[in-house]
Design a protein around this ligand. Structure first.
Ligand code: ADP
Ligand code: ADP
Ligand code: MG
Length: 668
């Protein structure tokens, strides 16, 4: 196996490749521009080489300099990631001349498939179904109109050298042709220095579905199923998932057979993706083949358990595929959200700056078989610069079912804290709650149709509003307790368990609120309706996590004057909390309820008993720790609310307890 490889990329994909290389025992060399000296991929790699100034053209796209860096460091192979040099056929050629291996397909496959007109011809010859249209360069608007009349409007004008959704225009009738023809052509010339354009039928209400391919240098090619990437903004993917809601086994097989046929036609090796546009009737047509690792590859990794980067490295080294088609099985559902530094409230304007707060959701597998994976290339204090892609991170969730994967996305999005740039998180969170997304009735037009005016966070309503208030009230309770502890001016903490009357204001509505604390549980009444809250949140943490009644809730929380700004599920609200006036407070304050007289200590949340600190017959004082119950990956210490003697202990270490299960009893 290679001893050392160089990663000719930056950001999350460079970090992701380094992780796999490390797992395989391969040393890594990062390259960086002057703007990326402190970037995470540089820090993660075993060594790094500075290859030039910030602009990509002078650094990450500088092939000679990258080859020099390989020679300086003794790197035997180069992984290009995606973007940058990943689809430049000259790059593997130059590497080859220098005796360095390219971790990707052959230069021949890249150039054959890199051009949309050429690859469409190739695909058609290999028996792949292609979008009706003219498979050649269209020279004039008149020519385009003739073709459009043959295939029927609407049609799409596309740049043959296109990529990243650029150089694409929809034309609905002959009167729109001249203008769009001109625009598409100049966009193609500007973006790709190649103004060849072609015309094909526009598949209405389409879905984007693609097949992941893996091939080795010995003629073996397998597929790893599909990904659906229909959630797009301006022909750019935003959310991807695997498998696709649309496909049945038969269609999946047909699509995969065609993808493999195309890959075979060009002796494809390495990882690659064959993209299709699909009608709602499950008809499908070839779009293009991407001859590289794709941004959304993690969803495939999650449902197949195959590490695509590892396979690419092994294939490049010359190994035979270690999987046969029959070894590939699909398990569960995976969803990926792309976190962009783009302000959804300002028409997705890119937003650059320093990440003053950057906290990722916890990544791990929980008991319900839910996995959260964050692929990122930044850390707190890092910079999102104007020079590169605005993608900050990818949140990937995997669960047994689509709904569970969506639920995990909601939680992951709500617990990803970013400040300093304006990310698209709230927009993604709103989308996760959107009925059309939930139903799986997707199309590449969904975002344009459902969010025509862009996106403004909504005020929460109904149950969601109650949750927001509960969070703000619970946060205020913690603040107040802290203040009391700090000043020690009032009675010691724990003694003030009386109900406190408050008025919470959310939007134009005010709610009367009461709070009572009982064994780490806050019993909050909102306009008379009880809500039970458990949380270990502490001031300063940008993410509030806790139980609200039966739900596990994550939310963003920031202090505002007299209250909190809470963001959750794509909604956002400032909640201010006032004490009812002193006189009123006196009048309404109920008699202090002495819940310390209760003999029993019950479990305030479903959880696991980690330790019990007391034994029968022991005397305890108010505030003494009784036991630890673990819930939501947090250890919660239950303290005695009173002085007394322990009569009986019912719970033991290792017990799983339900809410209100009895833990122990006092003598009287
Ligand atoms: P790029 O190289 O920019 O990714 P693609 O050919 O893959 O270009 O097209 C990008 C997106 O545009 C697709 O994901 C799909 O949403 C849309 N698209 C492309 N061709 C068609 C078509 N003929 N009909 C409908 N939508 C299309
Ligand atoms: P896919 O999602 O199908 O892999 P996309 O077109 O959405 O493809 O994303 C890959 C494209 O994004 C690249 O072709 C490139 O245009 C752009 N891109 C990706 N990474 C970078 C990067 N680090 N810097 C600049 N552009 C990038
Ligand atoms: Mg594409």
């Amino acid at each position: 196996m290679f001893k050392k490889i160089l990663i000719a990329n930056r950001g999350e994909i460079a970090c992701r490749i380094i992780k796999t290389a490390r797992k395989m025992g391969i040393k890594t060399v990062a390259v960086c521009s002057e703007a990326d000296r402190d970037a995470m991929h540089v820090e993660m790699a075993d060594e790094f080489v500075m290859i030039g100034p910030a602009p990509s053209a002078l650094s990450y796209l500088n092939m000679d300099r990258i080859i020099e860096a390989c020679k300086e460091t003794g790197a035997e192979a180069v992984h290009p990631g995606y973007g940058f040099l990943s689809e430049r056929a000259e790059f593997p050629e130059l590497l080859k001349q220098a005796g360095i291996t390219f971790i990707g397909p052959s230069a021949r496959a890249i150039s054959a498939l890199g051009d949309k007109i050429e690859s469409k011809r190739l695909a058609a010859a290999a028996g792949v179904s292609t979008v009706p249209g003219f498979m050649g360069v269209i020279e004039s608007p008149q020519h385009a109109i003739t073709i459009a009349e043959e295939i029927g409007y609407p049609v799409m004008i596309k740049a043959s050298a296109g990529g990243g959704g650029k150089g694409i225009r929809i034309v609905n009738g002959p009167e729109e042709m001249a203008e769009n023809f001109k625009l598409a052509r100049s966009e193609a010339a500007n973006s790709f220095a190649d103004d060849r354009i072609f015309v094909e039928k526009y598949i209405t209400n389409p879905r984007h579905i693609e097949i992941q391919i893996l091939g080795d240098k010995h003629g073996n090619i397998i597929h790893l199923g599909e990904r659906e990437c229909s959630i797009q903004r301006r022909n750019q993917k935003v959310i991807e998932e695997a498998p696709s809601v649309l496909l049945d086994e038969e269609t999946r097989q047909k699509m995969a057979d065609q993808a493999i046929a195309l890959a075979k036609a060009v002796d494809y090796d390495s990882a690659g993706t064959v993209e299709f546009v699909a009608g709602q009737d499950k008809s499908f047509y070839f779009l293009e083949m991407n001859t590289r690792l794709q941004v959304e590859h993690p969803v495939t990794e999650m449902i197949t358990g195959v590490d695509l980067v590892e396979q690419m490295i092994r294939i490049a080294y010359g190994e035979k595929l270690s999987y046969a088609q029959s070894d590939i099985h699909f398990k569960g559902w995976a969803i990926e959200s792309r976190i962009y530094a783009e302000d959804p409230t300002r028409n997705f304007l890119p937003s650059t700056g320093r990440l003053t707060i950057y906290r990722e959701p916890e990544s791990d597998v929980n008991a319900d078989g839910v996995t959260v994976r964050t692929d990122s290339g930044v850390e707190e204090g890092g910079e999102i610069s104007v020079y590169y892609d605005p993608m900050i991170a990818k949140l990937i969730t995997h669960a047994p079912t689509r709904l569970e994967a969506i639920q995990a996305q909601r939680q992951a999005l709500d617990s990803l804290a970013i400040e300093g740039v304006r990310p698209n998180i709230a927009f993604l969170a709103a989308l996760m709650n959107h009925p059309r997304w939930l139903s799986g009735e997707l199309s590449t037009n969904l975002l344009a149709e459902e969010f025509p005016e862009g996106y403004k966070p909504a005020l929460p309503e109904g149950d969601m509003a109650r949750q927001f208030i509960a969070i703000a009230v619970a946060a205020e309770h913690v603040h107040n307790q802290r203040k009391r502890e700090v000043s020690k001016s009032i009675r010691p903490a724990g003694a003030l368990k009386v109900e406190q009357n408050r008025v919470a204001i959310l939007g134009k509505q005010s709610y009367s609120v009461k709070v009572e604390e009982r064994q780490q549980t806050l019993l909050i009444s909102i306009d008379g309706e009880p809500v039970r809250v458990i949380s270990a949140w502490q001031p300063g943490n940008p993410v509030w996590a806790g139980h609200i009644d039966r739900d596990v809730v994550f939310a963003q929380i920031r202090p505002v004057l007299n209250g909190s700004r809470v963001m959750h599920g794509g909604c956002s609200a400032d909640i201010v909390i006032y004490r009812a006036s002193a006189a009123k407070l006196m009048r309404f304050m109920p008699e202090r309820q002495d819940n310390t007289s209760s003999k029993q200590v019950v479990c305030p949340m479903p959880g696991l008993v980690k330790s019990v600190f007391v034994t029968e017959g022991v005397e305890v004082k108010q505030g003494d720790p009784l036991c630890i119950v673990e819930a939501m990956k947090m250890e919660n210490i239950l303290r005695s609310e009173r002085d007394g003697t322990i009569a009986k202990i019912f719970a033991r270490e290792g017990d799983s307890l339900a809410v209100d299960a009895e833990i122990l009893e006092f003598t009287a």
